[in-house]
Design a protein around this ligand. Structure first.
Ligand code: ATP
Ligand code: MG
Length: 583
């Protein structure tokens, strides 16, 4: 497929990007230098001190840290100082409730301001913050609170019912705080648990708090993976992760003081923590948070009204914006945008070209995982983009393609995407599953579970998750390349591809395809699509079976759940569906 290199020239930038010369910085970079941008006191640090407190004490004090827009259109602003004060109050509240270092404090909240300062306050206290996406049902909450043995939970009135259903089963859970007007939450009760108004309790707390400085390896937060491939894992991250989160936000998202930055991820997932709270604020940019649902017009309004300069989003959202058509986007003034990035799933070349067309900017794909705690492979503002490639490893990161024993493979050979352990944001452990943690490491490498190859120029190309790679007639085919080819077809919006067992070919390729509005499904169209892929990709990689589908099963964070498509196809048990988006 012609991917068409997108050339970058330094002279095209009004202000040179933070990472202006990838090759040069990669040669000279050391984490010792990155550490100089982070506050340490006697070898100790606190991630929240770096993200918020130091800005509340320096020239950014009265600068807006958080622009918040509620689902009802209500807006609020917090300066760095105000946000830090609120975080201090929450840290004092935890102290008051005897929460100590290492205790788990969980948040089951939509994207409300309490989530942001509550998270930071928990870190200041030295406790471990945990987040849960607001769309989770009772079972998902019970699994996470039970596994983590959280003592404190902060939730909101709208979500209280779900907590109430399972709270009695959670022996470690002592206290539940409910946000909202104190009068309205007074009557809420759970048998055997203390229930308090968050707002009222917080208001009594002092705004002064002496942030606890932590050992670099002390846990700061934990969260569960997306559950795309199986049961979500409780990944624990430590305070020193801020070093990598800071430097990656600077290099990849190119964040600066004068930026208004919008990360569309939810802090229920790692992107929302690392790049909506920690790495982004530690670079001093203003962050926009909206608590509304996805809606193309609303999203464009936010970009326009807040004059967003840097936008970090996900392929699924970009594809939905594309499906809303180009007439809509033309109605908005989006001239403030200067840098676009994407994560979470492979970014097909089609949306990158669309970005160039409608925003005059390409989306920059980058790769990482809950376990890696920060972006590890990326496309940078000042580096040429090969559409469809995840880019190149960050300065300080050694990435390679290795075989199952950990032996490095040559360029263009498919294998396991692996990282040399030891980068600062690498997970510390998997909560209560030490064996699982160990299983990630082979032959001196962290094995990601993703399959990829590296080309001769050092760019990495995602093939698929190890479990999703298809073996058909002796050839290996990645679902991503077939999906990318499929969505180039003018009638197709989205596609999910799986391998289906076949007595003759081992597996055949089956594609689930979502058609554009108004396109009529037909046998002829199936044939046309199959021929289209055959022509654009490779003869063996075309889907022998095509099924039209109204909606692809996705995680709540927007990832296509191919394991569900496969289970449904083969009539097998579907496994853990706690993160499945509702149909
Ligand atoms: P689980 O581990 O529970 O199955 P998950 O792997 O989806 O869930 P996350 O840690 O949120 O949980 O997602 C990381 C995975 O997302 C990566 O391993 C990769 O498969 C995919 N991914 C993320 N970014 C990219 C990208 N830019 N290109 C391709 N794949 C990506
Ligand atoms: Mg994973």
């Amino acid at each position: 497929m012609d991917t068409g290199l997108i050339k970058k020239k330094l002279s095209d930038f009004k202000i040179p990007p933070n990472l202006d010369d990838y090759e040069k910085v990669r040669q000279s970079f050391s984490y010792q230098d990155a550490k100089k941008e982070i506050d340490f006191v006697g070898g100790k640090l606190n991630a929240a001190e770096n993200a918020i407190e130091r800005n509340a004490k320096n020239f950014r004090k009265n600068k807006i840290a958080l622009y918040w827009k509620g689902a009802d259109g209500n807006e609020q602003k917090f300066t760095f100082l105000e946000l830090n004060d609120a975080a201090n109050q929450f840290a004092n509240l935890l102290h008051e409730f005897n929460v100590d270092q290492g205790d788990r404090v969980f948040f089951f909240l939509s994207r409300v301001p309490e989530l942001y300062f509550g998270f930071l306050g928990t870190l200041k206290r030295g406790a471990i913050a945990g987040t849960m996406f607001a769309a989770f049902g009772p079972q998902a909450i019970e699994d996470r609170l039970g596994n983590s043995q959280a003592r404190i939970l902060v939730t909101e009135p709208e979500l209280f019912d779900r907590v109430e259903k399972v709270a009695h089963k959670l022996t470690n859970l002592e206290t539940v705080f409910v946000t909202g007007e104190p009068q309205k939450v007074k009557h809420l009760k759970i048998h055997g648990k203390k229930v308090f108004s968050f707002t009222e309790t917080l208001s009594k707390m002092s705004k002064n708090y002496k942030t606890r400085m932590m050992n670099p390896e002390d846990p700061a937060f934990m969260l569960y993976t997306s559950g795309t491939t199986g049961k979500p894992k409780g990944v624990v991250h430590v305070h020193k992760a801020i070093i990598h989160e800071h430097i990656s936000a600077k290099f990849v998202l190119d964040l600066r003081d004068d930026d208004v930055y919008w990360c569309t991820a939810d802090p229920g997932w790692v992107t929302g923590i690392a790049y909506e709270i920690l790495g982004s604020w530690s670079n001093g940019s203003s962050t926009v948070v909206t608590n509304g649902r996805f809606d193309p017009g609303e999203w464009y309004s936010i970009l326009q009204d807040y004059k967003v300069t840097v936008w970090y989003t996900a392929p699924t959202a970009i594809r939905m914006l594309m499906a809303a058509g180009n007439d809509l986007v033309k109605k908005y003034d989006l001239s403030s945008l200067r840098h676009l990035a994407s994560v979470g799933e492979p970014l097909n070349p089609e949306p990158i070209r669309w970005g160039l067309k409608v925003f005059g900017l390409p989306f920059h794909d980058n790769w990482w995982q809950t376990e890696t705690g920060g972006i590890l492979i990326a496309n940078y503002p000042a580096m040429d983009i090969k559409p469809g490639s995840m880019g190149r490893p960050l300065p300080g990161i050694e990435a390679a393609i290795v075989d199952d024993k950990g032996k490095k493979l040559s360029p263009n050979q498919e294998g396991n995407l692996a990282i040399k352990p030891g980068w600062p944001s690498m997970m510390h452990t998997i909560w209560r599953r030490p064996e699982k943690y160990k299983s990630y490491f082979t032959g001196g490498w962290y094995i990601s579970g993703d399959r990829a190859y590296r080309d001769k120029d050092g760019y990495f190309w995602f093939i698929g998750r190890a479990d999703d790679v298809i073996k058909t007639s002796g050839e290996r085919v990645g679902p991503f390349e077939v999906e990318s080819a499929l969505i180039e077809h003018p009638s197709i919006i989205e596609a999910g591809v799986i391998g289906k067992p076949d007595p003759l070919r081992g597996e055949i390729i089956k594609a689930f395809v979502k058609l554009k509005e108004g396109v009529k499904p037909s046998e002829n169209l199936k044939e046309e699509i199959a021929q289209f892929v055959k022509k654009h990709l490779a003869a063996h990689a075309f889907p022998r079976e095509i099924e039209f589908i109204d909606k692809l099963p996705k995680t709540r964070s927007g990832k296509i759940m191919r394991r569900l498509l496969k289970a449904k196809e083969l009539g097998l048990p579907v496994g853990d569906t706690s993160t499945l988006e509702e149909f």
